[in-house]
Ligand binder design. Structure first.
Ligand code: 13P
Length: 254
């Protein structure tokens, strides 16, 4: 059975004290208020991982993730962080292929395929991001583009490995813009991705994979988006920086 997941991508926000305050508030609110069994993942900048990990402690609802990692085990890669380092800091998940990494740091699907294989070898769960820019959607080419992103990054994996991956569909035009994909647009793309995986692997494999939606998710729209049959939760940016909003998004599954 695939899991419902709400992950908060803090991006490059929060000093350590700010991050600890935010994480503590979220952990307490989630423990006290949330009735559903969605996994909650806090995804702070690398440097805060150990500090936030000690706050999460033995919570069985809240997990820790990172925003990127390198595709090598170790070595002369100044400024980079490896999957093994993330695991040793308490992370269970890592975002790979966020559109900001693709856009500003030139990450390609070929590179992401390497990173994904590598994180799985280190028992770290990749949250693989895909999604189209506005001009691609306007040209009605979004399904072709997203299917290529998914194929290039994931379709070299075995069935046992691809079911360990979490996919996040994040249309670039909806990220940080306040413009959310409609629940119908999200469902349509999620069903398309799942079907694409079913055609390559099979229905059972496709049914096991959690597909999250990301792009201007807020407490006000979370319930409608999450209630779509192929939407298994969200990857939240701006609203994950406010403990009340983020917790209310998690509560959308109640
Ligand atoms: P916003 O929720 O701020 O639109 O960001 C989405 C996102 O990029 C999460 O990874």
């Amino acid at each position: 059975m695939r899991k419902n997941i709400v992950a908060g991508n803090w991006k490059m926000n929060c000093t350590l004290p700010e991050g600890k305050k935010l994480a503590s508030e979220v952990i307490h609110m989630v423990e006290d208020e949330v009735k559903n069994d969605a996994q909650v993942i806090l995804i702070p900048p690398f440097i805060h991982l150990t500090g936030i990990h000690s706050l999460i402690g033995s919570s069985n609802k809240v997990l820790l993730g990172a925003q990127n990692c390198h595709q090598s085990q170790s070595g002369a890669f100044t400024g980079e962080v490896s999957a093994a380092m993330l695991v040793s800091s308490g992370a269970t998940h890592v975002i790979l292929g966020h559109s900001e990494r693709r856009e500003y740091f030139g990450e390609t699907d070929e590179l992401l395929a390497e990173k994904i294989k590598f994180t799985l070898e280190n028992n770290l769960t990749p949250i693989f991001c895909c999604g189209e820019k506005l001009e691609v959607r306007e040209a009605n080419d979004h399904e072709r583009l997203v299917s290529l992103q998914v194929e290039k990054a994931l379709f070299n994996l075995s069935s046992e490995d691809i079911i360990k991956v979490v996919i996040a569909y994040e249309p670039v035009w909806a990220i940080g813009t306040g413009v959310t994909a409609s629940a119908e647009q999200a469902q349509e793309m999620h069903a398309f991705i799942r079907n694409h995986i079913a055609l390559k692997y099979d229905q059972e494999v496709a049914a096991e994979i959690s597909i999250l939606y990301g792009g201007s998710v807020k407490p006000e729209n979370a319930k409608e988006i999450f209630s779509q049959p192929d939407v298994d939760g969200g990857l939240i940016g701006g609203a994950s920086l406010k403990s009340r909003d983020f917790t209310n998004i998690v509560k959308a599954f109640d």
